[in-house]
Each structure stands twice: as structure tokens, then as C-alpha cells.
Design a protein around this ligand. Structure first.
Ligand SMILES: Cc1cc2nc3c(=O)[nH]c(=O)nc-3n(C[C@H](O)[C@H](O)[C@H](O)COP(=O)(O)O)c2cc1C
Length: 188
């Protein structure tokens, strides 16, 4: 039986470590997980951790040797595409249709053929900024699923909305909506 393919895209937030926890859970549930990381994401989490979890090289750029068509191929490979965590920069870029970076290219190449889920993570003012709010609404209206942010203490010390949705919410939605069968309960 073929595995469920999850494209897990990370952008530059301090909450990138939560994507590792999510990937670990999904791999134990017998999913294939491919990480795509923006350059900024790799300032927060190392390739060794990402590749070590998935046994797959992390893909970062549009022009990587022998992966020149990654933006097309990955969009076709995936059964679901996650943007977790999603920065203000990438959310606003996607809403504007910018495809200068790999994540923007994948977004356009997918054109909602497979579900596209976005979990914003940012400082409260960045999240509540009218540009970010308009982009989130635009992406939702186009067909993306947006996870609500959590309200709480943020890494910057502020308290309010903007905290990344807990990885268990994403995992539970995948289990609920797809044939993702939890293999183990425990996670390391
Ligand atoms: C310590 C630190 C934490 C950051 N956390 C976030 C964040 O949670 N959300 C966000 O939108 N930007 C955050 N940024 C800013 C982004 O990393 C920056 O806008 C970057 O250009 C985003 O690029 P990307 O969208 O291509 O990943 C943070 C920057 C630093 C230095």
C-alpha cells in the first residue's frame, strides 16, 4: 500500500521546532514526509534534524542541482501540502502570487489540486496587521485551510494571538480526514 505523502514546508519562525514534533508523529503513523525549508527556516532548525527525522534531503531552493523541477514535482508528489509554521513574509508573498522562492512556486504549481493548509505563526501585531489579515482572508477564499493561531505568551514576550497552532491539531486533522493511521501513541 502506498504511503500518504505530506509536504511539510517550514518558514522562518522560532516555532520551527514544532514542525519536527509533527513530522515525528506523522512518520510513526507511516506517512512519508518531505521537508521544504526556506532559507530563514534553516536559521532556526538544522538540516541534520530535518533529514534525520524523514530520511529525505531537505529541499530549500528553486535552483538546487538535480532538483530544478522540485516546485512542479513536489506539488504532484504530495497528498497534502502544509505550511507549518507560516511567516508573515511568506503568507503575504503567497497571497500576492510571488513565486521567486520555492514555496511560492509550489503554491502556484499546486493550484489547490491537493489541499493546502497554512498555520500562521508570528508576533501579535504582525498577525493583526491589515496586510497580513487581508492575505490570510484571500488565501482562505482561494481554498487554503487556515489554522487559527493560539492566544498566549509569544516568544517575543507579548501576549495575544499569533502563536502557532499546536502540532497535535494538525496531526488530528490529518488522522480525521485522511487514511493516516496512528501506529504508536508515544512520541519521542
Ligand atoms: C528570532 C526571530 C524570530 C522570528 N519569528 C518569526 C515568526 O514567528 N513569524 C514571522 O512571521 N517572522 C518571524 N521572524 C522574521 C522572519 O524570519 C523573516 O521575516 C524572514 O525573512 C521570513 O522569511 P521566510 O518567510 O522566507 O521564511 C523572526 C525573526 C527572528 C530573528
Amino acid at each position: 500500500m502506498s504511503k500518504f505523502n505530506i509536504l511539510l514546508q517550514l518558514t522562518g519562525s522560532i516555532s520551527c521546532y514544532k514542525a519536527c514534533y509533527l513530522a515525528s508523529k506523522l512518520i510513526k503513523a507511516n506517512c512519508d514526509v518531505q521537508f521544504v525549508a526556506s532559507d530563514a527556516a534553516l536559521k532556526f532548525i538544522g538540516k541534520a534534524t530535518l533529514e534525520g527525522l524523514t530520511h529525505r534531503p531537505v529541499i530549500t531552493g528553486m535552483f538546487e542541482d538535480s532538483k530544478m523541477l522540485a516546485h512542479i514535482d513536489l506539488a504532484k508528489w504530495a497528498d497534502v501540502i502544509l505550511l507549518y509554521p507560516a511567516t508573515a513574509n511568506t503568507i503575504n508573498g503567497l497571497a500576492a502570487g510571488l513565486a521567486g522562492e520555492l514555496i511560492g512556486g509550489i503554491f502556484l504549481a499546486n493550484n489547490f489540486k491537493v489541499p493546502y493548509w497554512i498555520a500562521p505563526a508570528m508576533n501579535t501585531n504582525m498577525y493583526e496587521h491589515p496586510i497580513t489579515q487581508a492575505s490570510i482572508k484571500k488565501l482562505e477564499d482561494m481554498g487554503a485551510f487556515i489554522f487559527p493561531t493560539e492566544n498566549g505568551i509569544l516568544a517575543c514576550g507579548d501576549t495575544g494571538p499569533g502563536r502557532l497552532a499546536d502540532p497535535s491539531l494538525v496531526y488530528d486533522k490529518l488522522v480525521r480526514e485522511y487514511n493516516v493511521t496512528p501506529a504508536y501513541e508515544a512520541i519521542s
